[in-house]
Write a protein that binds this ligand. Structure first.
Ligand code: SAH
Length: 341
C-alpha cells in the first residue's frame, strides 16, 4: 500500500475525481493531514464514510519510526527506522532566524566524498517522498513547533533522487499542506550537472547550494569522485546558466580541511574562480569523525581564508558550529547505531 504522504494535492484531486469523489475532498484531506495532523483516516470528521473506506483500502499513514534522539543546545538529532529497517537521520537546528531542519534523501550515498561519514554506507535505496515528508511531521510533533526552514543536506545526494525530491517539495510547499515557503528550502548537491540543468526549469524558487570544497580539479578530484564526471569548469558553467535563467543567488559550501584545501593560495584561487558570480560562500568547519583521517582547519586558518575572500569581494560567511557533541555531522548517528549492534 502507498503512503498518503506521497501524493501532491493535484494528484490527490485527480485520483479522487477518477474514483467518483469530489475534487474539493482532496483539500479537506490535506487539511486533516497537514494542518490538523490527524493520525488516522477515521479522525477526518467531514469526510464521508465511503471515501474514508476508499482511503483506508488504498493508503497508509505513519510508516517511519522515531527510534533515537540526541539533544544539545539549539540542536536535536533524530534517528528514524524505515519500514525496511534501514535507518536515516535528520537534524533540527535553532537559528536566530527560525527553526531549521536538515533531512536525509537516501539510505546511504554513492558519491563517496572522502570527508563524509554518510558515504561510508553505499546507497541502499532512494527515499520515497513520504519518508521525507514524515521526517518533518515527526519532528514538528516531537518539538511542538512549526519549522521555518528546510535543508536537504542529510544523508544522500538529493539530485541522485531527483523525481522523489521534487515531488516532496511540491507536497510540502503547498499552501493547503505543510506550507514551507520555497525560498526557505535549500537543496544541496555535490554537483550532478545534468540535474542542475533540469532544476533550472523547476518552477519553484527553491535555493541551490553546491558542495564545492575545492578551488580546482586537482584538489577536488582527490576528495570528491564526482568531480571526475563533472569537473570544476563544467560545474561552474552549469551554475552560470542556472543563475542566468533563474536570477537566483547560489551558495557554495566549502568544508575547511586542514592542509588539503585551506591554504591562502586556495583562498585566492577560489576568489578568482567565483569572481563575478552571484553567489556566497559558506565556510564550514569540518566535523571530525573517528573513521576518517582528516582534520578540521584551525580557527586562525579559517579566519585568514575568510579575510582573503572578503578582500576579493566574495560574499562569505563562516557556518555556526552545531552539534559536534551530538554527533551531528551527517551520517554519524546512524553509524554509531550500526556499530552498537
Ligand atoms: N550530497 C549533498 C547533500 C548532503 S551533504 C551534497 O553533497 O551537497 C551536505 C553537506 O555536508 C555537504 O556540503 C557536505 O559536503 C557536508 N559534510 C559532509 N560531511 C561533513 C563533515 N564531517 N563536516 C562538515 N560538513 C560535512
Amino acid at each position: 500500500m502507498k503512503s498518503i504522504y506521497n501524493i501532491t494535492l493535484e494528484n490527490l484531486e485527480k485520483i479522487l475525481v477518477e474514483n467518483g469523489y469530489k475534487k474539493f475532498n482532496a483539500s479537506q484531506i490535506y487539511d486533516w493531514l497537514y494542518k490538523k495532523r490527524v493520525k488516522s483516516f477515521d479522525e477526518m470528521l467531514n469526510i464521508k464514510n465511503a471515501l474514508k473506506e476508499f482511503l483506508k483500502e488504498n493508503y497508509t499513514l505513519n510508516t517511519i519510526k522515531l527510534i533515537d534522539k540526541q539533544i544539545d543546545i539549539d540542536v536535536c538529532k533524530y534517528l528514524f527506522e524505515l519500514n525496511c529497517e534501514n535507518k536515516i537521520e535528520a537534524v533540527y537546528m535553532k537559528h536566530n532566524y527560525g527553526h531549521s531542519l536538515c533531512i536525509s534523501t537516501q539510505v546511504g550515498c554513492n558519491m563517496s566524498c572522502a570527508f563524509c561519514e554518510s558515504g561510508r554506507l553505499k546507497k541502499v535505496r532512494n527515499l520515497e517522498s513520504f519518508e521525507m515528508v514524515e521526517q518533518i511531521l515527526k519532528i514538528e510533533e516531537d518539538l511542538n513547533l512549526r519549522l521555518t526552514h528546510l535543508v536537504l543536506m542529510g544523508i544522500g545526494e538529493p539530485f541522485d533522487n531527483y523525481d522523489n525530491v521534487i515531488n516532496f517539495i511540491d507536497i510540502i510547499n503547498n499552501p493547503k499542506g505543510i506550507e514551507l515557503g520555497s525560498r526557505h528550502i535549500t537543496i544541496s548537491t555535490c554537483g550532478l550537472v545534468p540535474k542542475i540543468e533540469e532544476f533550472m526549469n523547476y518552477d519553484k524558487q527553491v535555493n541551490l547550494a553546491i558542495s564545492l570544497h575545492a578551488p580546482n580539479n586537482e584538489i577536488r578530484n582527490k576528495i570528491m569522485p564526482i568531480n571526475k564526471a563533472y569537473p570544476v569548469e563544467v560545474l561552474i558553467e552549469a551554475i552560470n546558466k542556472y543563475i542566468n535563467k533563474t536570477n537566483r543567488r547560489v551558495t557554495f559550501e566549502y568544508i575547511m580541511l586542514k592542509g588539503i584545501n585551506d591554504s591562502e593560495k586556495c583562498a585566492l584561487e577560489l576568489s578568482k574562480l567565483l569572481k563575478g558570480i552571484n553567489c556566497y560562500v559558506n565556510l564550514i568547519p569540518y566535523n571530525e569523525t573517528s573513521h576518517i583521517d582528516l582534520q578540521k582547519s584551525s580557527k586562525e586558518q579559517i579566519l585568514k581564508f575568510y579575510d582573503i575572500l572578503k578582500k576579493n569581494k566574495i560574499n562569505v560567511t563562516i557556518r555556526k558550529e552545531f552539534g559536534s557533541k551530538v554527533s551531528a555531522a551527517c551520517g554519524q548517528l546512524r553509524s554509531i547505531h550500526e556499530e552498537g549492534k
